[in-house]
Design a binder for this molecule. Sequence first.
Ligand SMILES: Cc1cc2nc3c(=O)[nH]c(=O)nc-3n(C[C@H](O)[C@H](O)[C@H](O)COP(=O)(O)OP(=O)(O)OC[C@H]3O[C@@H](n4cnc5c(N)ncnc54)[C@H](O)[C@@H]3O)c2cc1C
Length: 379
Amino acid sequence: MDFRLTEEQVLLRRSVREFAETEMRPHIMEWDQAQHFPIELMPKLAALGLLGIQFPERYGGAGMSAVDYCICIEELARVDPSVALSVAAHNGLCSAHIFMFGNEEQKQRFLTPLSRGEKIGAWGLTESTSGSDAAAMRTTALRAGNCWVLNGSKTFTTHGRVGDVLVAMAVTDRSTGSKGISAFIIEKGTPGLSAGKKEDKLGMRASDTSEVLLENCRIPTDQLLGQEGNGFVDTMQVLDAGRIGIAALSVGLAQGAYEAALRYAQERKAFGTTISSFQAIQWKLADNATRIEAARLLTYRAAYFKDCGRRMTLQAAMAKLYASEAAVRAADDCVQIHGGYGFVKDYPAEKFFRDVKLTTIGEGTSEIQRLVIARHLLS
Ligand SMILES: Cc1cc2nc3c(=O)[nH]c(=O)nc-3n(C[C@H](O)[C@H](O)[C@H](O)COP(=O)(O)OP(=O)(O)OC[C@H]3O[C@@H](n4cnc5c(N)ncnc54)[C@H](O)[C@@H]3O)c2cc1C
């Protein structure tokens, strides 16, 4: 076993870190406060290959591995978890679904502009009455001649407002339960597709999250994605890979929070010495550094399984569960180490504390990860 990153991966980490520090760091509080999705950043992310990280060059992608993908998401999240969430949703949900289950024509037509960053991807599974229990969705797609007609709505869709290409799941046969769900590709501008309420969020405020409305939205039959009735099964596979991305986001966020806490602990003085000389603070730092390293290893292992083409449902769930909960603790300790300054916006601690909560909720809550893990253990 070799735990070292390759020279190319070290270089990749350095270049994404430099990008995040120079292009993102100066703006993050302004984006956060205004809930501004930084569309102006997209061409720069695209130039680095970050909008098509794992897709082959023939589809406009950067052809990187799943481990490379984790490094990129980690480095973005270390500075701004919101941007990392947008990049992860674009790559790991919308584009990945088209790459994994689309036909050649769909990949050429939709995946290529997504990978090049010419279009932004959105992915709609969750509805107002169905999140964890996604198969209970109400949105329907009925066949009408050469078209499918979609009716319903999607909730909490990342890029629901700014997205150009939406992959949405809908019920095509109510009688067969989760085997009666199919996936569809819908382009911005299609009559009947519109953005609903933009969510006013606790954290991840620079990532656009909105409702999506589908009202007699007619799309040609060639925009059915994957086999009719396979949409739910395919979605579970998309989420397995997507969860590795959220695990990497959690590792990066935890790293950013830990570094901020370490820096502050070495500067802040109390009782005539820096607070880093108190054992209570040292133990927090030691515990967080250890948990972050463990989370990183679990995440890279899941990514390694993906790169080997192996099934990684269990590994991805373990990585996502552990990394997100480690990140919550890192962000909490970051605020605590900052004392009162952790509670105000002059330091990065409070933003990490707000952003981090999404990691134990999005792409399957911690409870759902435990359920997936337990199912594997008991099967
Ligand atoms: C910022 C943000 C971005 C998002 N982006 C997207 C996106 O791009 N596309 C998309 O489709 N969705 C997206 N989501 C939705 C997200 O995936 C869901 O919020 C999540 O899956 C949980 O679903 P829910 O909110 O309906 O909670 P619920 O499913 O209602 O869960 C409520 C609580 O009950 C628990 N629970 C539910 N079932 C069980 C069970 N069987 N056992 C134990 N506990 C259980 C949950 O763990 C949770 O604690 C996003 C959400 C947010 C906040």
